[in-house]
Structure formats: C-alpha cells, structure tokens
Design a protein around this ligand. Structure first.
Ligand SMILES: *[C@@H]1O[C@H](CO)[C@@H](O)[C@H](O)[C@H]1NC(C)=O
Ligand SMILES: *[C@@H]1O[C@H](CO)[C@@H](O)[C@H](O)[C@H]1NC(C)=O
Ligand SMILES: *[C@@H]1O[C@H](CO)[C@@H](O)[C@H](O)[C@H]1NC(C)=O
Length: 418
C-alpha cells in the first residue's frame, strides 16, 4: 500500500515538472486554420488547399519577406493533414496532398531557419473528422511527431470527454517529454471545459502546456475579436497571473490581412494581443498580403513589447463611460506599454487623461514612443494632462519609460555633447 502511494506520488511529481524550457517569450509564426481552414479541394483550388505546397510557399515567404528575422519562426499545420494510420497504427499524412510526408516539411522548414508545428486532437476524431489520438495512441503519436522532427504540437479537444482530457493532456505532456525532443505543447483543454470561469486547474495546465486556448475559435470578424477580448478581460484576475515565460494564454490567431477587419480594427487586434502577451500566430496569405498589413505585423517596437523578457501579461486598468478603455503591460527596465482603446462607433474621440490617473507613480518624467506613428514622447510628467485622439474601434499605443525620479533626485539629466 505504502509502496503504491510512493509510486503514485512519484508519477504525479513527474507529470507536474515537465518544464521543457521552451517559449520563454510568446510564440510567433503562422498557423493555417483561420485563413485556410479545411480546404482540401486541391483540384479546384491548388494554391490554397491544405497541402505541402501551401506550407512550403508560406515557409518561403516567412524566410524571404522579413518575417523570420523578426521572430515569426513557427510554420504550423492545423487540422485536415491526416490521411490515416498505417498497419502499425502510426499516423500518416494524406499522401495526395503531402506527397513527401511531414518529415520532409520539417526538414524544409528547418533548412530555412523555421520550426514546424503540427495538429492533433485528443479524441476519436479531430474537429473535422480525421483520426484522433485516443489515450492508447498518445505515446505512439508523440514518438511519431518527434521522429518527424516536429517542434510544436497543438492538441485539440473535439470528441473527447472531460475525463479523457484530464488524463490525456498530462499524458501527452509526459509522452512528448519522454521523446527527448523539445516540442512546444499547445493545449486546447480549457476551451473545452466551459463554465465561467472554465472548470480547469490552471496551475496544472501551466505546468504541462506552453500555451493554451481558453475560449472560442476566432472568426474573421470584429465581433469575434470583441467577444474574445470581453471574455479575457472578464476573467483577467484568473488568467493574468497564470501566464508567464513558457506558459501563455492564447486568445487565438491574428486576423490581420484577411477580410473581416478594418485598418483600425487590425491595428487594435495587434496592439491588444501584444498587451496581453499573446502568441502572435498570423493566419493570412503571406503571398498577397498588403504593405499596410505588413506594417502592422512587422512593427519592430510592437514585437519588442510582445516579446518582452519579463513576460507579464497586461490588464485592462481603466474603463470610462465614454467607451474608452486603457490597457497596461509592465515591461522590463521599468518600461510599460499602454493601449488606449475606443469601442465607439461615431468619430475620433479626444480622450483626456494623465499617467497619474493610470496608477503611474507621482513625480516622474517619462519618454517613449507612439508605437504606430513612431512619434517621440518626451518630458511627460506623471501629473501632465494629455489628450489622445482615438479612432472608432481603434487604438493609440504608447511605449513609455521613466527618465528620472523627481522624488529621489533633483540632478538634471545631462545629455552628452554632440
Ligand atoms: C523533460 O522534463 C524535464 C523535467 O522538467 C526537463 O528537465 C527536460 O528538459 C524535459 N525534456 C524535454 C525534451 O522536454
Ligand atoms: C491544481 O493543480 C496543482 C498542481 O497539480 C495542485 O497542486 C492543486 O492541488 C490543484 N488544485 C485543485 C483545486 O485541484
Ligand atoms: C489635470 O486635470 C485635472 C482634472 O481633470 C485637474 O484637477 C488638474 O489640476 C490638471 N492638472 C494640471 C497639471 O493641469
């Protein structure tokens, strides 16, 4: 009896300490689902169907168009790649659409300095009806992914029971660990538990998953962005503390470059996802994306904020009756990012505020930059009343850091001679 208990505890301890050291900052890359879904119609739509060709073309764009060098290194396959299982039960791609197999795609990605992500589902079937990973297949599938040299696994939760998920997600984390290959683990577990807040143990989830989906899939509309944002803000007291280096809340993919968002809404999603320390997974056609949308996604200061090494998720700290909200994210070196967000639907709004009202300390002077316009901000005292003009369903985003502390020192800042 005693021996059994000891063994059980040892197993639990092993399950709870699966720190693979990956994703110390939120993952960045490209994921097929939002834009390309389960398009398997390669006859009529060969350029856009879920196939080796699509992933290779996106890999080329990631490597050649500046994305990779800014940190967008994950090339992630979503549902609809599986062809079946072989005689031994091992997963196989649909060889019509992936004629050279997944290991080939992984090699191709690696040769370009990218990483390959793959998708499976903990259940009888994937959400789109392809063979899933039942509990008896967890170890075998983890080994298959490792053999193929995959770098990330998104494990969905369609067609599974709460009991299977409670067993299967920790089991997969252990199985991935046992392969010896560092494979980032993206869990859709919380999104399947429902309830407000979801009935999941986030301490456990954060100890076995590198990122996790909490809520509904994103759709190509502003309404969908708002519904996710509302849910995240409503539960920020639960979600915010769980996130950190190696463990991220995932509000789902960026819509930038697709059909549903206006220019201001695209900027708003990018700014809000960055403030929330969210993974930046694009899901757009990188072969045809406009320069304007590239600007939004390739903004270096935005990416620097998203990738801040402290990895603290931001929060909504202010909400006014005039439908203006302010989000704040603490950054390393005492810096912070602010997003002034308008839910208005009329015209640009003149929002009056001061840093003091946003809980910044007294008697300090800040400088920094407007993240989108690149305008320099200087000499901004905590007490100064300022005005930001925010477009409807738009944002103004600031990066700020203190240049001195008037409380502790009266020595003026000496600037070096030119
Ligand atoms: C497996 O988990 C151990 C304990 O946290 C960790 O040291 C090791 O790096 C992990 N290995 C992989 C491949 O994830
Ligand atoms: C949640 O999981 C952690 C880590 O496994 C565990 O220590 C804790 O007791 C769990 N909390 C609840 C309420 O089950
Ligand atoms: C800023 O505005 C507030 C009211 O909104 C006012 O009480 C305060 O005196 C103003 N501060 C300065 C420095 O003008």
């Amino acid at each position: 009896m005693l021996q059994k208990t000891v063994l059980f505890l040892a197993l639990v301890a092993r399950v709870l300490l699966l720190d693979n050291g990956l994703l110390r900052t939120p993952p960045m890359g490209w994921l097929s689902w939002e834009r390309f879904r389960c398009n398997i119609n390669c006859e009529e739509d060969p350029k856009n169907c879920i196939s080796e060709r699509l992933f290779m073309e996106m890999a080329d764009r990631l490597a050649q168009d500046g994305w990779r060098d800014l940190g967008y290194v994950y090339l992630n396959i979503d549902d609809c790649w599986i062809g079946g299982r072989d005689a031994q039960g091992r997963l196989m791609p649909d060889f019509k659409r992936f004629p050279h197999g997944i290991a080939f795609l992984a090699d191709y990605a690696h040769s370009l300095g990218l990483k390959l992500g793959i998708y499976e589902d903990l259940g009888k079937m994937t959400c789109m009806g392809y063979p899933g990973t039942t509990l008896d297949k967890v170890e075998m599938d983890a080994e298959t992914f490792a053999e193929w040299k995959v770098d990330m696994l998104k494990l969905d939760g369609c067609f599974s029971s709460a009991k299977e998920r409670a067993k299967g997600y920790p089991m997969m984390a252990a199985a991935l660990n046992a392969t010896g290959r560092p494979i980032a683990f993206s869990c859709s577990w919380p999104a399947y538990e429902g309830g407000l807040p979801p009935k999941v143990n986030y301490t456990l989830i954060a100890s076995i998953c590198n990122l996790w989906r909490n809520y509904n899939d994103i759709q190509d509309s502003w309404k969908s962005v708002l519904s996710i944002l509302d849910w995240v803000v409503e539960h920020q007291d639960i979600l915010q503390p769980v996130s950190g280096p190696g463990r991220w809340n995932d509000p789902d993919m960026l819509l930038v470059g697709n059909f549903g968002l206006s220019f201001d809404e695209s900027r708003a999603q990018m700014a809000l996802w960055t403030i929330l320390a969210a993974p930046l997974f694009m899901s757009t056609d990188l072969r045809t994306i406009s320069p304007q949308n590239i600007d939004i996604l390739q903004n270096p200061l935005m990416i620097k904020i998203n990738q801040d090494p402290l990895g603290i998720q931001g929060r909504r700290i202010f909400k006014s009756k005039s439908q203006i909200e302010v989000f704040k994210r603490p950054l390393s070196n005492d810096a912070s990012a602010l997003v002034f967000f308008s839910r208005r639907v009329d015209m640009p709004y003149f929002f009056h505020c001061s840093l003091l009202q946003l809980n910044f300390p007294r008697y300090r002077v800040y400088e920094g930059q407007n993240v989108f316009t690149r305008d320099v901000i200087s000499g901004l005292h905590s007490e100064t009343n300022f005005t930001v003009i925010i477009n409807p369903s738009g944002v103004v985003m600031w990066y700020l850091y203190p240049i001195n502390n008037l409380e502790h020192t009266h020595v003026p800042v000496v600037r070096p001679q030119e």
